[in-house]
Design a protein around this ligand. Structure first.
Ligand SMILES: Nc1ncnc2c1ncn2[C@@H]1O[C@H](COP(=O)(O)OP(=O)(O)O)[C@@H](O)[C@H]1O
Ligand SMILES: [Mg+2]
Length: 306
């Protein structure tokens, strides 16, 4: 293998009852990446993750973790992966600590107490670790599940919508924990979400799917560059057509919106554009910046398909 791929998904397909749920999905996650897996509800994120973790079989295609095929070499593949799919699997009537002891028994790993304590400290649950899990908040349960995953020292941690249903402070804690796992411990992270805004600052790469099909796969930086901000130029309604023509001639992306024109440009180019229009007797009376976030882009691309 030339690249440093921790996870490699090739031509993955899943049909259920004759319906295509996942359609020819290919991507790879490189060592050290925080990889965002985005799509609206029902787009196929959990189904993909279930195939990645060997919980369900693909109709066709393959998943490799650290070069080991999940289908043909399940044990070697999975020993490198920690995953929390949908809801964390925990015993509510046991304490957080006893849940961890239970996991150690189940995985057959041999660990001393100090290692388990390190896992608990890492997820910042030391204060409450001897309380019963049923008294935990959603965020604490997720953090305990992450501690559980850390027991087997995974190379990659797969988190399926870990912030779903959390309040803003829970979301913030989860984000900083994920950042810590990535930056301080070098764990590769694969995180799914239906809200780009929740993970946009966390990820360096995003794959967006809709109806089981790839829409976009690229670095967050390139997406931000492609998504230039929009400015609304307010001008004389009689001059709108002329203004659109003038700007289009200069290869500036723009469109008409009621009595304004929407111009895709950078802040530093605005004085030049205003001056250029002025020289052609098209006067700009005011400019507002529209709040065009990556989130809007995400919503628009996931609307376009199908
Ligand atoms: N076991 C199943 N039987 C039938 N349909 C399913 C099954 N699992 C998932 N689906 C369908 O597949 C689609 C994708 O679901 P899912 O992977 O859970 O999406 P997401 O996690 O992105 O919200 C949905 O339309 C869902 O109804
Ligand atoms: Mg899901």
């Amino acid at each position: 293998m030339v690249k440093n791929s921790v996870l490699e998904v090739k031509k993955l397909c899943k049909e259920i009852d004759g319906k295509k749920i996942i359609n020819d999905l290919s991507f790879s996650v490189e060592k050290g990446q925080v990889f965002g897996f985005l799509g609206p509800n029902g787009s196929g994120k959990t189904t993909t993750i279930r195939m990645m973790t060997g919980m369900i079989k693909p109709t066709s295609g393959s998943v490799k973790i650290m070069g080991h095929d999940v289908q043909t070499n399940f044990y070697d593949a999975m020993k490198n992966m920690g995953a929390i799919v949908e809801h964390p699997a925990l015993f509510d009537y046991l304490s957080g600590w006893k849940n961890l002891i239970q996991s150690v028994r189940l995985t057959g790993e041999k660990h001393d107490e100090s290692y388990l304590k390190w896992c608990v400290e890492t997820v910042e649950l030391s204060d409450r670790i001897h309380d019963k899990v049923k008294s935990y908040s959603l965020g604490m349960k997720q953090r305990l599940a992450i501690a559980q995953s850390l027991i087997s020292s995974p190379k990659i941690l797969v988190l399926d919508e870990p912030t779903n249903g959390m309040d803003p402070s829970g979301i913030k804690d989860m984000r900083s924990l994920i950042k810590k796992l990535s930056v301080e411990y070098g764990i590769t992270i694969f995180i799914s979400s239906h809200l780009l805004s929740e993970i946009e600052n966390l990820c360096d790469h995003v794959l967006i799917i809709n109806k089981g099909t790839e829409v976009v796969n690229g670095s967050v930086r390139s997406l931000l560059e492609q998504n230039q901000p929009e400015f609304n130029f307010s001008i004389d309604p009689a001059k709108i057509n002329q203004a659109v023509l003038l700007l289009t001639e200069k290869n500036i992306k723009c469109s008409q919106s009621e009595d304004q024109i929407v111009v895709h440009t950078t802040r530093s180019d605005i004085p030049h554009l205003v001056n250029y229009l002025y020289e052609h007797q098209v006067f700009v009376y005011s400019i507002t910046k529209s709040d065009n976030s990556l989130e809007d882009y995400f919503i628009s691309v996931t609307r376009e398909v199908g």
